[in-house]
Design a protein. Structure first.
Length: 97
């Protein structure tokens, strides 16, 4: 009688497979600091946005139309970047959970 019957090999393979899947599945926690960092980056962009908006408000009557337009486009660019970061955070989190 052999010690390595098909059932024994199958159980051993299932244990190895389960251990490998568990290790990979738990590895997703390595991504959590990245999502927290990206969320912090959104907060920094928010601060930068309001600083730029404040400075534009002060210079509205003394700046040229071109300078005002560049300032507005900078605000739009900042808002779009923050939105992109949120999309990345949420989609990554959905895959994370």
């Amino acid at each position: 009688m052999s010690l390595h019957t098909p059932d024994t090999k199958l159980r051993h393979t299932n244990k190895v497979e389960h251990a490998l899947e568990s290790f990979i599945f738990k590895g997703r926690w390595l991504l959590a600091p990245f999502f927290v960092g990206l969320l912090f980056a959104v907060v920094l962009l928010l601060i930068k946005f309001f600083k730029q908006l404040y400075l534009m408000g002060l210079a509205t009557f003394t700046s040229t139309n071109q300078e005002l337009l560049v300032g507005i486009l900078t605000l739009v660019d900042t808002a779009l970047l923050a939105g992109l970061l949120l999309i990345i955070i949420f989609s990554g989190y959905e895959n994370f959970v």
